[in-house]
Design a protein around this ligand. Structure first.
Ligand SMILES: N[C@@H](CCC(=O)N[C@@H](CS)C(=O)NCC(=O)O)C(=O)O
Length: 320
């Protein structure tokens, strides 16, 4: 029986739970933001995440991570479990320090504050990591490794903090960077990353995105759209959007993805009205985006405009 996670449509304190479930093959479904559940029954005054699994109703991200770890990695020894728990607690200390930085009055200082948090914690984490393999010496990543993956790849609040603090991860924290890559290459994690719409979601998405299972109509993958798009564009800021309009003007069929889903939803809706419903398709995640593209005998050709978002390019390339 699947467990149901109630959380916002972004990474935040929910993402490590999702990653653990994915890595361990635990069936976890998204329940949305829990507007229709009585959170007090879960032990929460209002906050998320909360989890239901059969008769079990619980709150507190750290406890939920531990519960997921028990289900996901049943063969760990007590010291390995302790290590996983320790890394989870480090992640929570970092999350608590970052909490509200982008939403509250400290917003203007968010870059400086994030640089301080990273300078305080990342050298400690770096010092705990092996040069090769996974932290608990298993052939698969456990919670501790996924914490490191999460600290680097979970867009909000982790990757956004790294980006704005200006830290050079590969140079300053090579073991963290390499472990995150190894963990991301583990097939079950890789498959999760390709289908996830929360890992890379901006906090702005929480307000804008129609949350799965009710993904906005314009971004739902429909069978008749699979393999239809001649060209796909990721990123609908000024340059991307104008490129798209030129492509549509020339009569090509187009697939689009944008990190803030509202932007793609709006673009698709407006341009379907102008060019036709069979000309422009939106995707809610990279996996769907890849499915929309026409497969030629030569395959599909991902092109990079620039390489500053290496982790995102890796996610895109893994989707093809
Ligand atoms: N100690 C709790 C903190 C949960 C928490 O603060 N959640 C935030 C989002 S990450 C929230 O739901 N804030 C809105 C609220 O408290 O109503 C945990 O780890 O689960």
């Amino acid at each position: 029986m699947a467990a149901t996670l109630y959380y916002f449509p972004l990474g935040g304190r929910g993402e490590l739970i999702r990653l653990i479930a994915a890595a361990g093959g635990v069936d976890l479904v998204e329940g949305g933001m829990g507007a229709d559940v009585d959170k007090s029954e879960f032990g929460s005054p209002s906050s998320l995440p909360i989890l239901q699994h059969g008769d079990l109703k619980m709150s507190q991200s750290g406890a939920i991570e531990q519960y997921m770890s028990l289900l996901a990695f049943p063969d760990l020894t007590p010291p390995q479990r302790a290590k996983d728990c320790q890394f989870g607690c480090i992640k929570e200390d970092i999350s608590a320090a970052q909490s509200g930085l982008y939403l509250g009055p400290k917003r203007a200082q968010a870059n400086v504050e994030n640089a301080k948090i990273i300078a305080k914690w990342f050298p400690v984490v770096e010092g705990l990591l092996p040069a090769d393999g996974f932290i608990n010496g298993k052939s698969y990543p456990t919670t501790a490794d996924l914490v490191v993956f999460n600290l680097i790849n979970n867009f909000y609040p982790c990757a956004v903090a790294i980006k704005h603090s200006g830290v050079n991860m590969e140079k300053e924290y090579p073991k963290m960077t390499a472990l995150a890559v190894r963990s991301g290459q583990f097939p079950k994690v890789q498959a999760y990353v390709a289908r996830s719409f929360t890992l890379g979601a901006d906090y702005a998405d929480a307000a804008s995105m129609s949350f799965a299972p009710a993904i906005a109509e314009a971004l739902q993958l429909k069978d008749e759209h699979v393999g239809q798009a001649d060209v796909g564009i990721i990123g609908l800021a000024t340059m991307g959007a104008n490129l798209c309009l030129n492509i549509l003007d020339k009569g090509f069929k187009l697939a689009v993805y944008n990190r803030t889903a509202l932007t793609s939803e709006k673009f698709v809706t407006e341009n379907r009205a102008k060019y036709g419903a069979d000309k422009v398709f939106g995707a809610a995640n990279f996996a769907d985006f890849a499915k929309l593209l026409k497969k030629t005998p030569q395959g599909t050709h991902p092109c990079r405009r620039r390489s500053s978002h290496g982790w995102r390019h890796r996610r895109i390339e893994q989707s093809f």
